[in-house]
Design a protein around this ligand. Sequence first.
Ligand code: SF4
Length: 452
Amino acid sequence: MSVTIAEKAEKYDLRVPRYTSYPTSPHFLETDNDKEYRQWLSNLDPKTGVSLYIHVPFCESMCNFCGCYTKIVKRYDPVSDYLEYVHKEIDLLAAALPARMTAKHVHWGGGSPTMLKADDWRSIIDKLKDLFDIDENSELAVELDPRTATEDYVQAIAEAGINRASIGVQDFHEEVQIAINRVQPFDVTKRVVEWLKKYGITSINFDLLYGLPFQTTERVIDMVDKAVSLEPKRFAVFGYAHVPWMKSHMKLIPEEALPNASERWEQMEAAAKRLEEHGFVKIGLDHYAKPDDEMTIAMNETRLHRNFQGYTIDNNPVMLPLGASSIGQTPDGYMANVQPLRDYRRMIDAGMLPIGRTRALTSEDILRRAVIEQIMCNMKVDLPALCRAHGVSEDFFAAEEERLQTLIKDEICTLDNGVLTLPEEGRPLMRLIAATFDTYLQQGQKKHSRAV
Ligand code: SF4
């Protein structure tokens, strides 16, 4: 007998990683020097090109749902001081590379990159252009907070070369916005979208959330309808991760107003259904795009990838971190820059790349990462074929296949001659299936967000 939605939500209310890397970032190891990272940089193939991720860890006010590393500032001095260090870090990084390289993607995240003044945008992009090749095919993307963006600002970033914007929307309902301390009326988001289009930034993504306080299924459907009316190209729809033991400002969220596991499940399904009714195709776990979008095409051709930004068509194995707490990877391993800011400044003043944690990849990590990426991107993985490609015995995952039996019984996945497949029904629980292959995960650890 098949298990109902409510039973699944109850039974699988587990906390598992989002798998934007494997091993996941809690398993990166602390380091007090940049020797290993410099070695990894010198190993890079200059022809590969790089992606750069620049973290801006400042915001004007704290949203109660926020899970990012950020600092609330009321003056601009700490931001301009920080940017001086980012300039120095770009110099240090470029000098450590084996040659001048092409930056194929540059992504500004935060925090709130909208904090940067127009002149600072220009100077940092000029700096990157001095030290990296950036051409018209390079994607320059920014996470944008509509509450603080002005028309002059949007014009300035467009002129500086930004060609993609991700807008944090969360929810449009006032009661929800007040509870999460992010009052951003629909008209404010609408105005920013109009400015972006006016100045030629037409690649626009929206981030929506479900599982927020006072959200109901009806409100989630209304949120989707309003968001679609602004015609973004892509959506990411995430479940709010309530982890007040890790982020103390989340204690300000009224817990009694949070939807329970079963309500979260319904909200997630309602958002997915409504977006599909509006003509969007579901990509992996939580992204949506139109059928002719390059991300949908990449998914259909099994060229989709997953990195720290979520789903991507970027197959570049090199993403280099810039800024405090920023995170990245090379073929040799993962790395995360230090936080807090004083440690970031201290290392740069000492002429060091500000690396705080690394994780060198073993051949087993690389195999398990490939399994997890195929589950998260393709909803299908041929385990024996992957084992053969990685030079291990075809029954390498016998123990994992055994552990999958409960999920198979609940029709969340199937296993046929080692080919693991997720039917549509199992898609929302793909993180659980991926977790079966994660040797680092301690089940029951209250470290991660809910699977749904
Ligand atoms: S603007 Fe973004 S990064 Fe800043 S507090 Fe709000 S959610 Fe967090």
